[in-house]
Every structure is written in structure tokens, then in C-alpha cells.
Design a protein around this ligand. Structure first.
Ligand code: XMP
Length: 558
């Protein structure tokens, strides 16, 4: 045990019998009225409320954070060994202890830090988190002889539990655990059971709750309601985290950080850089200069769209560099995909540096780092189970420029960035753009990149994109695009023999690009796309559809 029990006993309220609903609600009511003691680091809406998710190496920690944010409550994930000084500025209204691999009895297994219990705040332990609560507060966890994995039916013990308010007395939940609670800690009462887990949910009067199942996964259909009940009914949150509150707060914070300084920002056409640039512009106006490096590897009309949005509509200090000749020159004769990436990345940095140097003194670089990357790097050191993430990034910006970073999106998930983009008035087309790789069309041309081949793939891509949009499928697909293969084949057009290129059509569904499945597009749509490509792009006489998933294939062909 890492927790000093003598300290805990002084503030734990020992109860026997059922948890009293009124006590929960009174505590929640009290907490709503509490005023913050110190000025916290301002990361969220004007009426600050946050919960802290303590990570024990679960693959689902980020999903817990997603669900909490969906309930409009700000949250951050911290490693299990985060010191209180790092957590205190958030002024948490509660803690959530994530799941994690292994058993609380294994040596070296992470424990919850003492402050989780000492702050007298509500705590929700999920799976391993629940077992920790039992283990650390004086209960008994039995090593499971068999693993319980999959769907189970949860039966509530009482109809009055605020955690299950408004929910049916029986509901399906997703289990994935080995160990189970044999004896609850003093003061706890069982809230629900399943066939295999006599104590599937437990709680005490102080709002310390354990759940053996995973409320954060989609397989627990009412899981979000359970989390929301914890946040609203037990922690006393009211859901103040909105895109509007984020924008207002961010603008203040950016102004504080930047002062009179000058900022540069690279625009790529993607939603992250677009939102960063717009937020920065709202905050510091002409102190910001945006640089758009046109590599010549973009899709049709993409450059014009960026110019229109940022230069014409927003009237930013905007530098559009047409560097397509330089990139094409460097890519001459190159067929290896990794070499293409390397060349494009290096050239991008050079062009960017040259342009930035022309501006004169610059103090800050604004970047669109998102929360998943922050979680990844913050947790990787303390993680018991490291997440494997392949990342081939090009267009990374120069580290030699010695600029301070401004990262206004570093606590946002991708879909929150989209909401903020809409709040800022960015066009839907930009906000919901499918991901597009940094090396652009260069990795969608198998073999050497030439001006002629770029035009061919651009023409095919344009048709794919417009047909997918017309069919109303654009947002449902993770990505949909054309790949120009080096294969040439014989065809017939009218009475003539042709010898043209083969284009591959790729459309995938995915959650995060780590895995993907090929999209079951309707035959009629495939037929229309194929027909249009062979008719409108003269160099192409054959279209194939890629029906491979990732793994073993990847999304891009290179
Ligand atoms: P793969 O092809 O590895 O792609 O399944 C996964 C996701 O990453 C994108 N991708 C890239 N993005 N630079 C990027 O910025 C790259 O070099 C790169 N390669 C692939 C790809 O479009 C997909 O969304």
C-alpha cells in the first residue's frame, strides 16, 4: 500500500448500509457552489470545471477523456506518478482512475497517488482503477481464475443510485478483467452486480466509486450516461466546456503569451493549421504572418482555396510561396517513397526558413499540436503498456529557428478542433477535410513524380472527390482518393487501341488511421467514378478498386 491510511481515515466518512442518495446530492450541490482558491492555469472555459484522469496504462484512457469531453466537461489525462503540483492548477472536481493491464498484486504495479484520496473529491475507478480503490482503501481483490471478457448484464442493487440516475435497472456493459473484488473496503456498498461479478459497481458516501466494467467503450451503450451522472450528479459539474468558451479563453491566453511579439505559422490546408492560424489572427491580428508553401503536390483548387480563405476573406499577413519548380526539380528521377518523403520534408523546411527570414524579427512559431500527441509523449515515460504509433511526418518545422512555440490546440481532440473551426467561421469544406498527407500527391504517384503525372492524378482525384461528395459519403469515409500506378495496359476506345495508365481507387473507413477497412462503396458509385475517370482523364484507360484493409496493407500506397 502506498497510501497512508491514518491520513485517509481522518477524512473518510465511514458509513454502513446503503449509500444515501441525499448525501451524494448534497455533496455535489456543495461542490457546485465552491469557489476556486487559487488562480488556476487557464486551459478551459470561463466557469472552470475539470476532472483529472489518472492513467494506469489502459488502451482506453484517451477514450475516457473523449467521453468526458463529450459531456462538456474539461479533463486532462495525467500519468499515475504525476505530482500534485502538476495536477492542482486544474482544480479538479473529481478523479477518474483508468483501467490498466495486470493485477494490483503484481510487484511494481502502479498505485493511485495519495492525493487522489486525500483531496476528498469524488473518484471513479474503472476496472483496474476499481481494484486499486479496493486494494488501497482496505478491501480485498481476488486474483481471477478466469478472465471475464465481453458483454454482461448489469443489475442495479438499488433504484436510487445517482450514478445510474435515469437508467434502466438492467443494462448491457462491457467487461474485460481478470481480478475481481472479493471484499469491499470499509464504508463501501455494492451498487450493482453481473452474473460473474457479484460486485460490479461499488461506492461510498464520499463519492468514491468503482466500476468493474468499461463505461467508456461503445459496447457499453449507456456508458456515457453513467459517466455523465458521475460528472454532474456526483462531482457537481454542469458542462461548461464548449467551443465558444474555448475560443474566448484561448484568445486571452495567446495574448498573454505573445505580448507584442511576432508570430509565424505554416498553413497546409489542413484543419489543424487553419484553426491555429484563425485563432492566432483573432488574438494578435497583424503580429501574425502565415506562410503557405505551395509544393506543387496539392490537389486541384487547394491553393486557391487557402488564398481565398486567409488572404482575401480574413486579410491576414499572408505569404504564398509557389515552390513547385523547386520541389519537382528535387524529385526528378526519385522513385523510393521514403526518399520522396525525405526530400519533400527537407525542401519544405528550407523554403519556410527562407521566407521567415524575409519577415525580419520573429519570436513565436504557432503550431497545431493536438492532445493525442501530447498524451502520447506525456505518458510514454510512465506507461506500463506503451502504445505503438507509426508516424511519418513531413513538413515538420525547423528546430534551428529557436522560436518559442505557441500551441493553442494542445489540449484538444481532432473533433473538438473541428467544432472550434466552425465556431471561428471557417468553411465546412476546410473543417471537415479528409486527412491529406504532408508529401501530398507525390506519394500517390507510384514511381517518378512529373508534372504530367501530377495532372493525371489530380484529374482523377477531383472526380473521386466530387462523386464521393455528391453521394453524401465524404464525411463517413476516413479518406478517399486516386492513386496513379505505373502500370500501363491495353484498352479500346471507339475503334482504336489505347495503351494507358491504370488508376487505383482507395476509400477507407477508420477511427484513427492505425487500422482501416476498405469502404463498401455502392457499385453504382464505383461505376460512375470509373466511367468518369476513363472519359475525362485521357491518359487513363483502366480503374481498379483497392479492397485491402490495414493491416496488412497501409492506407496510402507508398
Ligand atoms: P498509412 O499509409 O501509413 O497512413 O496507412 C496512415 C495515415 O497517415 C497519412 N500519411 C501521412 N501523413 N506524412 C503525413 O503527414 C506522411 O508521410 C504520411 N504517410 C501517410 C495517411 O494519409 C493516412 O491518413
Amino acid at each position: 500500500m502506498t497510501v497512508d491510511n491514518s491520513k485517509q481515515d481522518s477524512h473518510r466518512v465511514a458509513v454502513s448500509g446503503d449509500v444515501e442518495v441525499s448525501t451524494y446530492l448534497e455533496i455535489a450541490e456543495e461542490r457546485r457552489g465552491e469557489q476556486p482558491q487559487a488562480e488556476p492555469e487557464e486551459r478551459f472555459g470561463a466557469e472552470r470545471e475539470a476532472v483529472v484522469i489518472v492513467d494506469f496504462g489502459s488502451q482506453y484512457s484517451w477514450l475516457i477523456a473523449r467521453r468526458v469531453r463529450e459531456c462538456r466537461v474539461y479533463c486532462e489525462i495525467v500519468p499515475h506518478d504525476a505530482p500534485w503540483e502538476n495536477v492542482a492548477p486544474l482544480e479538479p472536481k473529481g478523479f477518474i482512475l483508468s483501467g490498466g493491464p495486470g493485477s494490483v498484486y503484481e510487484p511494481e504495479r502502479p498505485q493511485a497517488p495519495a492525493y487522489v484520496y486525500e483531496q476528498r473529491l469524488p473518484v471513479l475507478g474503472i476496472c483496474y482503477g476499481m481494484q486499486l480503490i479496493a486494494h488501497q482503501l482496505g478491501g480485498k481483490v481476488a486474483r481471477g481464475t478466469k478472465h471475464e471478457y465481453g458483454l454482461a448484464v448489469l443489475h442495479q442493487n438499488s433504484v436510487d443510485t445517482p450514478l445510474f440516475a435515469g437508467l434502466p435497472s438492467e443494462m448491457p456493459v462491457w467487461m474485460s478483467h481478470g481480478d475481481r473484488i472479493e471484499e469491499m473496503p470499509p464504508g463501501f456498498t455494492s451498487l450493482a452486480y453481473t452474473d460473474n461479478s457479484p460486485i460490479a459497481a461499488m461506492g461510498n458516501e464520499q463519492g468514491v466509486i468503482g466500476l468493474q466494467f468499461h463505461p467508456e467503450v461503445a459496447h457499453t451503450p449507456q456508458g456515457k450516461n453513467i459517466l455523465q451522472n458521475f460528472l454532474y450528479n456526483i462531482c457537481g459539474c454542469s458542462g461548461t466546456w464548449t467551443p465558444g468558451s474555448f475560443v474566448a479563453e484561448s484568445i486571452e491566453r495567446i495574448r498573454e503569451q505573445v505580448g507584442e511579439g511576432k508570430v509565424i505559422c505554416a498553413l497546409s490546408g489542413g484543419v489543424d493549421s487553419a484553426v491555429v492560424a484563425t485563432l492566432m489572427h483573432r488574438a494578435v491580428g497583424d503580429q501574425l504572418t502565415c506562410i503557405f508553401v505551395d509544393t506543387g503536390l496539392l490537389r486541384r483548387e487547394e491553393g486557391e482555396r487557402i488564398n481565398n480563405t486567409f488572404q482575401k476573406n480574413m486579410r491576414m499577413n499572408f505569404i504564398h510561396v509557389d515552390a513547385s519548380d523547386r520541389f519537382l526539380e528535387k524529385l526528378k528521377g526519385v522513385i523510393d517513397p521514403e526518399e520522396k518523403r525525405h526530400i519533400i520534408g527537407e525542401e519544405f523546411v528550407k523554403v519556410f526558413e527562407e521566407e521567415a527570414a524575409k519577415i525580419g524579427r520573429v519570436d513565436f512559431l504557432a503550431q497545431g499540436t493536438l492532445y493525442p500527441d501530447v498524451i502520447e509523449s506525456a505518458l510514454s515515460g510512465s506507461r506500463v503498456a506503451a502504445t505503438i504509433k507509426t508516424h511519418h511526418n513531413v513538413g515538420g518545422l525547423p528546430s534551428v529557428m529557436k522560436l518559442s512555440l505557441v500551441e493553442p490546440l494542445r489540449y484538444l481532440f481532432k473533433d473538438e478542433v473541428r467544432e472550434v473551426g466552425l465556431e471561428l467561421g471557417l468553411p465546412e469544406e476546410m473543417v471537415y477535410r479528409q486527412p491529406f498527407p504532408g508529401p501530398g500527391l507525390a506519394i500517390r504517384i507510384i514511381g517518378e513524380v512529373t508534372r504530367e503525372r501530377l495532372e493525371i492524378v489530380r484529374g482523377a482525384d477531383w472526380i473521386v472527390m466530387s462523386e464521393i461528395k455528391n453521394a453524401g459519403l465524404y464525411r463517413q469515409l476516413w479518406q478517399s482518393f486516386a492513386v496513379l500506378t505505373p502500370v500501363q495496359s491495353v484498352g479500346v476506345m471507339g475503334d482504336s487501341r489505347t495503351y494507358g495508365y491504370m488508376v487505383a481507387l482507395r476509400a477507407v473507413t477508420s477511427e484513427d488511421a492505425m487500422t482501416a477497412d476498405w469502404a463498401r462503396l455502392p457499385y453504382e458509385l464505383l461505376a460512375r467514378i470509373s466511367n468518369r475517370i476513363v472519359n475525362e482523364v485521357p491518359e487513363v484507360n483502366r480503374v481498379v478498386y483497392d479492397i485491402s484493409s490495414k493491416p496488412p496493407s497501409t492506407i496510402e500506397w507508398e
